[in-house]
Design a protein around this ligand. Structure first.
Ligand SMILES: Cc1ncc(COP(=O)(O)O)c(C=O)c1O
Length: 385
């Protein structure tokens, strides 16, 4: 385990198991037909796990292409070395266009305006820029509407300073609406055919639609040749009942803090801001060294629990910026310095990121992005078993 500053004890930290990440990628790949290429989605600091550390391990494990949200993330990734293919998923601002050439990345295009701008940037750079054509099959966010894709594909084909490197779409409800996901697949296939583009052609063109939840309904003989995976590579299922649990990925992320103070409070006393919790009994409480300033959502107030000495200890009252108070009355021997697990396992119990997120009425994607920069990421690197 590496620590950012070995002289300082950890108060609240995220443990990132890079060996589990590598195993996950291999398991996911192993569950897919061999012609399917792996686009690793590492936007938002690799879902809070640390972009460079995660991408370096995924490069080693055999990812084919990396998808980031913007040019700044692409620049960070490019520091790891030339040559690794990178796709920027979000639209570019006009003054970002020239960085497509500078960082040698592929841009997403959804409109004629973007095609014209990037053609101009390619001309200026003196070489063709790579683009992935995005087709909107029902997400209603990025992409050219599927019935209008042909004109945009032709514009790209006619642009001498653009090279089509991929075509893709994004599903709106792959986790809970298989019928609409199927309709999106159908629209995507029709648009590809209308544009004269191959689907599963194993050539240079990436044709991709499925994210983690998409894998649930991906046909065995997928008509596409790549998948775009974020959540599942971090060992998290897109929803609790997902049959992707058969892939047996393991959690990569855990979130931990320590007990800063243990004290007794009498029955009838209230706990924390707003006095939202009145103690029903004489209680022993532990004050944890982390709050919403670290990423414990305030919505967990009076709802969540943490693991201390292997026992579930309920959160009492409101989560505050730097501290969270939990009930340890029934847990003997809790002491200052004890580890408290917010997400992860301890003893025989585990708080999954799904459970932690449900307490906060949110989703694992948001929980991961909410762990703040005050929280050091501690990397476990050994491959182990
Ligand atoms: C365009 C796009 N593709 C793929 C993904 C990866 O999705 P998931 O994390 O569910 O695998 C995302 C995630 O937000 C996305 O926005």
């Amino acid at each position: 385990m590496t620590t950012p500053n070995a002289s300082l004890p950890l108060r609240c930290w995220a443990e990132i198991d890079l060996a589990a990440l590598e195993r996950n990628l291999r398991l996911i790949r192993g569950s897919l037909p061999p012609h399917i290429r792996y686009v690793a989605v590492v936007k938002a600091d690799a879902y809070g796990h640390g972009l460079q550390q995660v991408a370096a391990r995924l490069m080693h494990a055999g990812a084919d292409l990396f998808a980031v949200a913007n040019i700044a993330e692409a620049a960070q990734l490019r520091e790891l070395g030339p040559g690794w293919p990178i796709l920027v998923l979000s639209p570019l601002l006009p003054d970002e266009d020239r960085f497509v050439a500078e960082y040698d990345v592929a841009a997403t295009v959804s409109s004629r305006e973007e095609v014209d701008r990037l053609e101009a940037a390619g001309r200026l750079a003196g070489r063709p820029l790579q683009v992935h054509l995005k087709i909107d099959t029902g997400m209603g966010r990025l992409g050219v509407w599927h019935e209008r894709a042909v004109a945009l594909a032709s514009a790209i084909a006619e642009a001498p300073h653009l090279r089509l490197a991929g075509v893709f779409t994004h599903f709106a409800s792959p986790d809970d609406d298989p019928a609409f996901t199927e309709e999106q697949r159908r629209r995507f296939l029709s648009a590809l055919a209308a544009c004269g583009l191959p689907g599963a052609d194993p050539g240079a063109l990436y044709v991709h639609a499925d994210n983690s939840a998409g894998l649930e309904t991906m046909p065995g003989a997928s008509p596409f040749n790549a998948v775009r995976i974020g959540l599942l590579q971090f060992g998290i299922l897109p929803h609790p009942g997902s049959f992707l649990n058969q892939v047996h990925t393991e959690p990569v992320f855990s979130f931990r803090t320590r007990v800063g103070l243990v004290k007794s409070l009498p029955a009838g006393n209230t706990v924390s801001y707003g006095r939202t919790r009145t103690l029903a009994r004489d209680s022993t409480v532990a004050v944890l060294c982390a709050g919403y300033g670290d990423g414990i959502a305030r919505a967990l107030s009076n709802r969540g629990s943490v693991l201390i000495r292997g026992a579930r200890c309920p959160i009492l009252g409101r989560v505050t910026m730097d501290q969270t108070i939990v009930d340890v009355t029934d847990v003997p021997g809790v002491a200052c310095g004890d580890e408290a697990v917010l997400v992860g396992s301890q003893g025989s119990d585990e708080i999954s990121i799904g459970e932690f997120s449900r307490w906060a009425d949110t989703i694992p994607w948001e929980t991961l992005c909410s762990v703040t920069k005050r929280v050091p990421r501690i990397y476990k690197t050994a491959l182990g078993t």
